[in-house]
Design a protein around this ligand. Structure first.
Ligand SMILES: [Zn+2]
Length: 433
């Protein structure tokens, strides 16, 4: 791995009023940021690969805290439907028919291409045949938390639901030693997993010091459904099963009441919000301002692109900031800086990565460079424009773990054209059904 120096850059510094400083440099060695400074102090390290940013902005790579990368095959397969109809009539049958190891591998690679090209360097994924996703992320050079799905139905790779937790635990064991792609468990939801399955899956995650993801309180229907079986809310149900703790990530968390927010905050559990998926499926608006005020760490996710329909965190940040403002009729909430934090350092912290998501010496070198020499980014008074004006195509370079994975919008780690061809071939069979 060669040393890298980025020169003549605007450097992301969210604590400053404009959120960046001009004319900076960053040096990188052995996968980490070594020094950050101003160009007059720059002393080129011996034999470093120099990237002249030409006034572009260097910022931490974005962190997508919730995805089902294998589902890129189902992008746009069934739009404009309620969650339960979408899931039960379209997604679950398509998954039963088309999900296999090869499909997950290529669909995940396609997702990785889309994410790298749109500035994401770290992803938390959750699906079936997760070995294949983990392998695809490894080859793509991304940082990932890859969670094996657990559900109480016959599922891809897990025909007997009685084996679901054992399959997940063996998966955790296989990927234990990998530093850049870490294994985790994903229990689909409180309405598709029994209490016994949820407890066993959480115990397996605890035994391996792994994160435990779960879709929680996504729709009002889920809350009502669970209310018939259990007298309380989905969050209080998980609390009663001793599942909420610092290593539990509650995805969506749209229908949380005040008591639920207190429970989540006291437990140390974290929340991922996927505003575009929640908007498209008309699930509702998560109480993010209240959660953050209660001290809950919140990350941002795209969800799988079957319900979004893309994996673009620049679009997601823009939607998140504006959705909460119009919902509360208050333009001062969910500020651009809050959303940027969620998509960088807070997201990294949520995934247990304390050395990711900020630009400072000794942090992991997960960085992207944006070309600001564009009409829609001129003038560039502050990084708030990253939320309200920038788009994924502005990202020109991506460095992950100190390695250049994209240069001048070309992915260097794998063949994107081959990946699109393979997924397009599979899509032909999906279309014929
Ligand atoms: Zn999801």
């Amino acid at each position: 791995m060669e040393d890298i120096a980025i020169t003549n850059a605007r450097v992301y510094a969210p604590h400053l009023p404009q959120g960046f400083y001009e004319n900076g440099f960053i040096t990188i060695s052995a996968g980490r940021i070594r020094s950050v400074g101003l160009m007059p102090e720059f002393d080129a390290p011996d034999e470093a690969w120099i990237i002249d940013a030409e006034g572009g902005l260097v910022m931490p790579g974005l962190v997508n805290c919730h995805n089902h990368a294998g589902m890129t095959l189902f992008r746009g397969l069934a739009d404009d439907l309620p969650l339960m109809t979408w899931l039960e009539k379209h997604i679950f049958p398509a998954e039963a028919r088309f999900v296999n190891p090869e499909m997950v591998y290529w669909a995940t690679k396609l997702a990785a291409a889309e994410m790298i090209l749109s500035g994401t360097t770290t992803v938390a994924d959750a699906y079936f045949f997760e070995d294949e996703s983990a392998r695809a992320f490894t080859e793509a050079g991304m940082r990932a938390v890859a969670a094996q799905g657990v559900i109480d139905f016959p599922a891809p790779g897990v025909p007997d639901p009685k084996e679901n937790v054992a399959v997940a635990e063996r998966y955790l064991e296989r990927w234990q030693e990998n530093e850049r792609v870490r294994p985790a468990v994903f229990a689909h939801s409180p309405y598709t997993c029994s209490s016994k399955t949820l407890v066993a899956a959480k115990e397996a995650a605890r035994r391996h010091n792994a994160l435990f993801f779960i879709h929680l309180s996504e729709t009002a229907g889920e809350r009502d459904l669970l209310g018939e079986k259990w007298s309380g809310s989905p969050a209080s149900y998980l609390h009663s099963l001793n599942i909420l703790d610092e290593q539990t990530v509650c995805v969506h968390s749209v229908w949380l009441d005040e008591k639920d927010i207190d429970l989540v905050a006291e437990s140390g559990a974290q929340v991922v919000s996927c505003p575009e998926s929640n908007m498209k499926l008309a699930s509702g608006i998560a109480p993010l301002a209240e959660l953050r005020l209660a001290g809950v760490n919140v990350g941002l996710g795209t969800d799988g692109c079957a319900s979004n329909n893309d994996l673009d965190l620049f679009g997601e940040m823009d939607a998140c900031a504006k959705l909460h403002k119009v919902h509360r009729l208050d333009p001062t909430i969910m500020k651009a800086r809050d959303v940027l934090r969620m998509a960088t350092e807070d997201g990294a912290r949520l995934l247990g990565m304390k050395d990711v998501g900020l630009i400072a010496p000794d942090m992991r070198a997960d960085l992207i460079i944006l070309d600001l020499n564009k009409p829609h980014l001129t003038p560039f008074y502050s990084i708030d424009n990253l939320v309200y004006a920038a788009c994924s195509a502005d990202v020109v370079t991506s460095i992950i773990d100190g390695k250049i994975v994209m240069d001048d919008r070309e992915i260097l780690t794998f063949d994107v054209a081959e990946t699109m061809d393979r997924v397009a071939e599979m899509a032909c069979s999906v279309m014929k059904e």
